[in-house]
Design a protein around this ligand. Structure first.
Ligand code: PRE
Length: 367
């Protein structure tokens, strides 16, 4: 053994001893934190039967603080992800949170649910967006996760339309970078691919790549990316476009990575529930407004937002379900409904509209 390797081994031993000591300290601190969370649960329980254990505004503040005080070498996101999991475990001690998401397992919506609630939440896949709304309304789960817009393909109409017949509120948002891969099973012959399965949105997000690499292959739209991955198992002439989770879940091999046309392709998901979320310090609000169908009506309707300096981040139009050629507007803006200025603007907009419903004020997605 050379002198160098001896001293290398010695260094390794010392560093690992240090890591062991640090781990012991971290473990003690995590246990102390978890004991605090249990005491918090007691305080909450004393407020009554329907005590709220999950507090989105507090979680957003904890995560933001974790990022702000981070001085490296871990990235801010990595540091926040670690705290995300610690909080998820603490909340599970207080009361395990039950979440439904647009399934099946392996979809990007499942990934979004995990990103938002962490691994200790109990999550359940449901087949369609309507069902996610229904299960939350029925109280079978406390929260639901549904996609609402994609940066390449735009809004997910089905989610917006569900709000027209629902009393649920938005209590959070989460954004996910979407990477699509072309994947095959162990029996697929790559040179014989004649069919590619995926969700219609994903096929659209990879349109140019498909035109360039598989111009003559049939593109088959199915109900989800996970369903596409499942179908490919056992088909020698088919491939699927889906994400990492689906590839892992169905044991598929990735043939081409990150084939989305736009590198910044991302999807925004909403957390739906029944609770009103207090201010977190960096919030957004979503509204649903209907109004008389006259020229200039939208301009007049939005005018108070401009006057009170409220920053609109999105305006979507959907046909109303109550009559032909009448519309409902879905509006997002920066700020909380209780913040001064916002509250006044909302009152004035409400006075000018035929109907206005605040779908929720919630913390801006942190991770
Ligand atoms: O502060 C609270 O209300 C807690 O319950 C503690 C805690 C945490 O672990 O920090 C856990 C769950 C809540 O969603 C928010 C924060």
């Amino acid at each position: 053994m050379t002198e160098e390797t001896v001293s290398g081994d010695q260094q390794l031993l010392e560093l690992r001893n240090r890591i062991d000591n640090i781990d012991a300290e971290i473990a003690n601190l995590i246990s102390e934190r978890a004991s605090c969370a249990l005491k918090v649960a007691k305080v909450k329980k004393a407020t009554g039967e329907d005590a709220l254990y999950y507090r989105p505004e507090r979680e957003a503040q904890v995560l933001r603080r974790a990022m702000e005080r981070n001085s490296g070498p871990l990235t801010d996101e990595e540091m926040a992800r670690l705290f995300r999991e610690i909080m998820s475990a603490c909340l599970a001690l207080e009361e395990p949170v039950k979440v439904a998401y647009l399934g099946p397992e392996g979809t990007f919506t499942q990934q979004a649910a995990l990103k938002h609630f962490g691994n200790s939440a109990k999550s359940r896949p449901l087949a369609v967006i309507d069902e996610v709304f229904r299960e939350v309304e029925a109280g079978a789960v406390s929260y639901g996760v549904v996609p609402v817009e994609n940066s390449t393909e735009g809004v997910i109409n089905h989610t917006l339309d569900n709000f027209m017949n629902s009393n649920l509120s938005i209590c959070g948002e989460v954004e996910l970078r979407i990477h699509h891969h072309l994947m095959i099973s162990d029996v697929t012959r790559p040179e014989s691919i004649t069919r590619i399965y995926s969700h219609a949105q994903s096929l659209a997000q990879c349109r140019k790549w498909l035109d360039a690499h598989y111009p003559n292959v049939e593109r088959v739209a199915v109900s989800s990316n996970a369903d596409a991955a499942k179908r490919v198992k056992g088909e020698w002439n088919a491939a699927a476009i889906a994400g990492d989770m689906a590839a892992d879940l169905y044991g598929l091999k990735v043939l081409s990575e990150k084939i989305e046309d736009r590198p910044d392709n991302s999807t925004r998901f909403l957390i739906i529930g029944t609770q009103q979320v207090p201010e977190s310090g960096d919030d957004k609000t979503s509204l649903m407004v209907s109004m008389r169908n006259e020229p200039g009506a939208l301009h007049d309707l939005l005018e108070p937002f401009r006057r009170y300096g409220v920053d609109l981040t999105r305006v979507e139009t959907r046909p109303s379900q109550s009559g032909n050629w009448t519309y409902v507007f879905f509006i997002d803006f920066t700020g909380h409904r209780d913040t001064s200025g916002v509250a006044e603007a909302l009152k004035e907009v409400g006075d000018g509209a035929s109907d206005l419903k605040v779908l929720g004020s919630y913390p801006r997605g942190v991770l």
